[in-house]
Write a protein that binds this ligand. Structure first.
Ligand SMILES: [Zn+2]
Length: 150
């Protein structure tokens, strides 16, 4: 089911507090310790430690191994849509000429499948973009690569 997630994955990493799982981490010093570690503080639970202790979630792996979750989400959403919105989508597709009359349940089910797939894909991509944005803010890296001052 990797086609749901898409092929263009970045290898960005998100860091989380090992104690409470919060992403509200702050580098407390610009200087590494004697053990060559960067001191980090968690604003959520006041944990103190160093960067090597942080929980790391590499997006690439996170979202690849989440294929099962994506598949589960898709099935779940398709069932929800079939129960709650099949008539609405059926009317909509009919109105725009995407459904033949008489309405074929198989054809409608096919559309519901694609709709659920597309929605889940968008949700995952949005979530990924939000996580990347968060980690960029934390790292202090400019939003748009290539636009930084020289
Ligand atoms: Zn914490």
């Amino acid at each position: 089911m990797s086609e749901i997630v898409g092929a263009q994955q970045t290898a960005a990493q998100a860091y989380f507090c090992p104690k409470c799982g919060s992403p509200s981490l702050r580098q407390t010093s610009k200087f590494v310790t004697e053990q060559n570690r960067l001191p980090v503080h968690c604003d959520a639970c006041q944990w103190d430690g160093d960067q090597s202790q942080l929980a790391v979630a590499p997006f690439k792996h996170e979202f690849k191994s989440d294929d099962d979750i994506a598949q589960g989400m898709m099935t779940d959403l398709r069932n929800v849509l079939a129960k709650t919105a099949a008539v609405t989508y059926g009317r909509f597709l009919l109105k725009w000429g995407f459904l033949d009359q008489p309405i074929s349940a198989v054809q409608l089910a096919h559309y519901m499948d694609s709709i659920a797939r597309a929605v889940v894909k968008t949700i995952i991509e949005t979530r990924k973009a939000m996580a990347e944005e968060k980690s960029r803010e934390r790292a202090g890296v400019p939003r748009a690569p290539g636009t930084q001052d020289r």
